[in-house]
Write a protein that binds this ligand. Structure first.
Ligand SMILES: [Zn+2]
Length: 70
């Protein structure tokens, strides 16, 4: 990978640029990607929970309506 500051070629797992000493950890592509993936997983889980709760609530409401009508 290249240092985003001085564009020197450095090993991919470096935490600091060997040329200018700039901290690279926060700009690591893998970190950003895993962070985005984690957020997406959380969102998927929330969405699934929301849909699941809606289905359960609809089912419960249907039962209540049926019980009230009978
Ligand atoms: Zn650098």
């Amino acid at each position: 990978m290249k240092c985003f500051k001085c564009e020197a070629e450095i090993p991919g797992d470096s935490r600091f640029c060997l040329s200018c000493g700039e901290k690279l950890q926060n700009y690591n592509k893998k970190n950003v990607q895993s962070l985005l993936e984690n957020n997406r997983k959380k969102f998927d889980y929330l969405l699934f929970s929301f849909v699941f709760i809606n289905i359960i609530m609809g089912f419960v409401l249907a039962i209540i309506i049926v019980v009230l009508l009978i």
